[in-house]
Write a protein that binds this ligand. Structure first.
Ligand code: SAM
Length: 214
């Protein structure tokens, strides 16, 4: 349960140096929400060596596994993976405790839990209230990547993002030049499972636009 989650009161209280040995003046720019076993982060780490990235995962054993995995990779490859880390948290509850306004460049929601039943839709990690938080922590032109194998959830996510005034969907044409997109389908463990089961994969990517009221 999350009563034992240790989270910062404000982003200034967060000691990121603990997570990144070469942090310097950099701040975390990519967040993989519900990162599971960390496959996406491990793939992205060498692609964006200058960017710090964090996986946020609520399950204790899974987040422990990712932390151990990263520690082992850092030993084997001393020059890589120092830009990637994982922490255990409830991202639905505490995101603004970790990130300042406009801090993030990219957020990832890969194969989020579908919560199929209507009564459980409020537990979906994409909803109106949470989108306002995601818009807050993302900088202008920041990007949100979503992938799911569940068509209903895909449509739900697209609907909520498209209804939100601070997000626009990025066209397939524009996505062709984004090197991240290719990695979204099967670098994560859930993506690999969907591939093994010949499941569908629905992609939707959104840009955080400038607030027209500011
Ligand atoms: N993204 C990973 C992948 O593609 O392999 C994992 C997908 S898995 C179906 C969904 C993950 O989200 C689970 O590991 C779950 O524990 C995590 N999760 C669910 N709710 C969360 C929350 N509120 N905060 C952080 N992680 C959460």
């Amino acid at each position: 349960a999350d009563h034992c989650i240790d989270y910062p009161q404000t982003p200034d209280d967060m000691d990121w140096d603990k997570y990144y040995p070469n942090k310097g003046e950099k701040s975390v720019e990519f967040a993989d929400i519900g990162c599971g076993y960390g496959g996406l982060l491990i793939t992205l780490a060498p692609m964006f060596p200058e960017s710090l990235m964090i996986g946020m995962e609520i399950r204790v054993k899974v987040s422990d596994y990712v932390m151990d995995r990263i520690a082992a990779l850092r030993i084997q490859n001393p020059d890589v993976y120092k830009n990637v880390a994982c922490l255990r948290t409830n991202a639905m509850k505490y995101l603004p405790n970790y990130f300042k306004k406009g801090q993030l460049k990219k957020m990832f929601f890969l194969y989020p839990d579908p919560h199929f039943k209507k009564a459980k839709h409020k537990w979906r990690i994409i909803n109106k209230t949470l989108l306002a938080e995601y818009a807050y922590v993302l900088r202008e032109d920041g990007i949100v990547y979503t992938v799911t194998d569940v068509k209903d959830l895909h449509e739900w996510m697209v609907l909520h993002f498209e209804e939100h005034p601070l997000f626009v969907r990025i066209t397939d044409e524009e996505l062709k030049s984004d090197p991240v997109v290719d990695k979204l389908f099967s670098s994560s463990e859930e993506g690999q499972k969907v591939t093994r089961n010949n499941g569908d994969k629905f992609l939707a990517v959104f840009r955080r636009i400038r607030d027209p009221s500011v």
